[in-house]
Each structure stands twice: as structure tokens, then as C-alpha cells.
Design a protein around this ligand. Structure first.
Ligand SMILES: [Zn+2]
Length: 283
């Protein structure tokens, strides 16, 4: 695994596959202003394959483009130089900024997006069928009820984390957001199947470094107590932070303090670490 950036292009190989540069010409708004980009926006393609995404971005009639596409096997295609403004965010807002294209590198991951249960399987909007093994049920951060989502592959997530790490080091990236966060109500990508909060923790804050969780381990766990209290501070006498978590709920491990483990579901709080079953680490 050795990726580098030279002249605003990603070069090298990941998973033994060379990064490909396949430009979508005339689909950018010129160079970034000085000091930009400092942001990454994560997307899903809502399509079946890498080639369908590449063809969409090359289509002169479709006003969209992105810097990178990451395929399901972790291979990477760059379509716009990192020094130029691509068209991926559209109407968008994050804190004091609007029109995030002017500040952000856009990374697209090949993923079908939200799926509809149908005859024992799940259907994407473009008609392809997906089976249980590739589908999770989860609540989107902008929604209140669970729905079905195409999963990302481990290679795809690893490639995305690696690319974000390199981009941060090369461009001083300070912000990583999902399209769903800068255009809520209009966009739902990358959705709950993507570990967006963990990506931010790993790349931007490095908080995992002092949590006792090694960098190459997963930081997820499953609640084993039937109802687990969530507290505002790492203490049994601290006030409760909202409703307890039900048994079987997947949580993300954020920070450790003695027997207390800070976790994230859609919220953060402190739970007693004895009532968590930590995942077996995977590379
Ligand atoms: Zn998007």
C-alpha cells in the first residue's frame, strides 16, 4: 500500500491496483482559492458499478463531477485534479459556508444507496437486486425510522480512510462531512452504512490514539445488557443522557475512562464497560 500525491494527483497503488486518472473534462469551475481545499465531502454513487459512475461524470449533459471514485474492491479512479473545483456538493451549507464545492474535495464510493425490501431481497432504485449479506437495516442520521442500505466493503472503507489521511497531510484538511450533512433533506449519502463519524475521529482528531484501541482495530461493540444506562459523565452518579440503549444495539467506541466507555449511536454518553461485547479486531 503506497499512495502519494504529486501535482494534485493521487498516484501509486492500493491493494495492488494502480490509481487510474480518467478525467471528466470541462466539468470543473477552475482552481480553488488560496488556502482551499480544506474539506472532504463523502458521497455514494447510488449506482451499480464503477463504470456507471465514470460514465455519468463523463456525460457532458450531466452537471456533476467528483475528484475520486472508490470501487467496491478498493480500487481508485481520479477524475478531477485536487487543485480544481469539481461539481459534487451542489446547493449545500456547513456552518458559516455555503456552496461547499468551493472548499471541498469530493469522494464518491460505489454503492447502491437506500434499498427497498422486495420478495425476500432488496431492490435499488435502478432495479438491481441485493441479498441479505450486502444489506443493513439502520436509522439514517437525518431520519427517525430504520430503513435498508447497501453495505460498503472493507476494502472500500480502508481505501477511503487511507485517501483521506493522505489528503489531510497534503492539503491540511480540517473538515470531513457527508453530503447528507451539508444538504439535509435533499441528500442521503453516504448514509448509515458508512462509518463517517469513525472516519472523522481517525483522521481529524486521532482520539483513538489515547483510547487504548489500536489504530488498526475496529472500534465497534454490541450492548449485552438488556437496557444500558447512558450517562453524561463517566460516573454511576452522573445524570442520565437520554434513554437507555437496548440489548443488541451496535455502538461505536469513542473514548475510554477506567471502566467507562464513551460510545456513539446517534448520540454520545458514558456506559459501564462491563456491559459491552467488543468486536474481534479485524485488519
Ligand atoms: Zn452526494
Amino acid at each position: 500500500m503506497a499512495l502519494t500525491i504529486a501535482s494534485n494527483r493521487l498516484t501509486g497503488a492500493l491493494f495492488d491496483k494502480e490509481v487510474l486518472f480518467d478525467p471528466c473534462e470541462h466539468k470543473d469551475s477552475g482552481p480553488f482559492d488560496t488556502g482551499e481545499p480544506d474539506t472532504i465531502v463523502i458521497h455514494f454513487t447510488a449506482g451499480p458499478t464503477l463504470s456507471s459512475a465514470v460514465n455519468t461524470f463523463k456525460n457532458p449533459d450531466i452537471e456533476s463531477s467528483a475528484h475520486l471514485i472508490i470501487d467496491r474492491d478498493g480500487s481508485i479512479v481520479q477524475m478531477v485534479d485536487f487543485g480544481r473545483i469539481a461539481w459534487h456538493a451542489g446547493t449545500s451549507r456547513w456552518q458559516e459556508r455555503s456552496s461547499l464545492n468551493r472548499y471541498a474535495i469530493g469522494i464518491e464510493l460505489v454503492n447502491a444507496g437506500e434499498l427497498t425490501p422486495s420478495g425476500g431481497g432488496y431492490l435499488a432504485w435502478f432495479g438491481r437486486r441485493y441479498e441479505d449479506a450486502e444489506v443493513i437495516q439502520a436509522i439514517h442520521r437525518n431520519q427517525t425510522v430504520p430503513s435498508y442500505w447497501h453495505t460498503y466493503t472493507a476494502e472500500q472503507i480502508e481505501a477511503c480512510f487511507e485517501v483521506c489521511r493522505i489528503l489531510k497531510n497534503s492539503y491540511g484538511i480540517r473538515t470531513i462531512v457527508g453530503h447528507e450533512e451539508i444538504a439535509p433533506g435533499r441528500k442521503i449519502d453516504p448514509g448509515p452504512a458508512f462509518p463517517l463519524d469513525r472516519l472523522r475521529d481517525r483522521i481529524l482528531t486521532g482520539r483513538h490514539a489515547d483510547t487504548g484501541i489500536a489504530e488498526d482495530e475496529t472500534a465497534d461493540a454490541t450492548v449485552t445488557a438488556s437496557l444500558l444506562n447512558v450517562r453524561a459523565q463517566p460516573s454511576g452518579s452522573a445524570p442520565l443522557a437520554g434513554d437507555p440503549i437496548e440489548k443488541g444495539t451496535r455502538v461505536e467506541l469513542v473514548e475510554r475512562n477506567g471502566v467507562w466507555q464513551k460510545v456513539r449511536i446517534c448520540r454520545e454518553g458514558w456506559v459501564h464497560g462491563d456491559y459491552l461485547q467488543t468486536d474481534t479486531p479485524v485488519g
